[in-house]
Design a protein around this ligand. Sequence first.
Ligand SMILES: NC(=O)c1ccc[n+]([C@@H]2O[C@H](COP(=O)([O-])OP(=O)(O)OC[C@H]3O[C@@H](n4cnc5c(N)ncnc54)[C@H](OP(=O)(O)O)[C@@H]3O)[C@@H](O)[C@H]2O)c1
Length: 268
Amino acid sequence: MNQNYNKIPLAIVTGAASGLGFELALLLARDGYELILIDVNSEKLQQAKEKIEARYATQVQLLHKDLSKPKVAESIVQSIEDRAIDVLVNNAGFGIYGSFHETDWERQAAMLHLHVITTTHLTKLILKKMVARGKGKILNMSSLAAFQPGPLMSLYYASKAYILSFSEAIANELKGTGVTVTCLCPGQTKTCFQEVVSNGCSASDNKIKFNIACPKQVAAYGYEAMKKGKIVAIPGNINKLLSKLPRLVPRRTATAVIRRIQEKNRAV
Ligand SMILES: NC(=O)c1ccc[n+]([C@@H]2O[C@H](COP(=O)([O-])OP(=O)(O)OC[C@H]3O[C@@H](n4cnc5c(N)ncnc54)[C@H](OP(=O)(O)O)[C@@H]3O)[C@@H](O)[C@H]2O)c1
């Protein structure tokens, strides 16, 4: 057995094959963490491992999992056995564009399972051991979408609001335990996310090219916030302002504005 088995910090990152998850994995590798990277896309996951190992001398273990499936959190915890987790990054996610009644239920249910059930269950299973050890950090990926309802992406916005509310509540419960929870709420970021959102509907790539962040910068911002134990992290001054707008105007107005933005952003 590796002599350093319990000495090298260990991090789990979900959705680590691309975008923000990959950038967060790189930052953890830079800081000396061993990694367990999880993604549904095994080919991209293998490429991510090779890129990380080419830059940093760290151990990278891959778990090929569809996190939208039942009991997947339990199977992850079984795979890692009794290894102590220092950092958990619940990042995997995707969006679905279209009217709620017209979009595909199988895909909607998968997204809800991924964002709500798997994020919650994996957090619960790993958090218990972190609290028992008196240390650990959790980074949950929400979105600017969390701050108001989102017509035409209703379940995405609602599920990201769940992640924000859940994270803030347990962060409060965990005060004094040595474990922190940070919720990262990015605005539009240049990753594969936008292509996936448009998948299966007539909309094409996003049309609003204003205020699109670079994934490296968003990940670095979230990572620093997690290290400091900040509870809510919103990268970018414009996004900080946008997150407050729903409190300054009637909720109905904020909802109508989001509908206009979504229609404009994904118009064919
Ligand atoms: N990009 C943005 O504008 C933006 C803004 C706010 C929040 N976010 C959030 O940031 C997180 C990361 O997204 P990203 O922008 O980095 O997009 P991304 O490049 O598409 O990365 C998401 C990763 O998660 C994986 N994934 C999707 N469904 C999965 C499942 N069921 N099981 C396991 N892995 C799965 C994807 O695999 P595949 O490639 O095979 O789908 C992909 O590798 C998401 O939670 C997203 O909601 C993104």
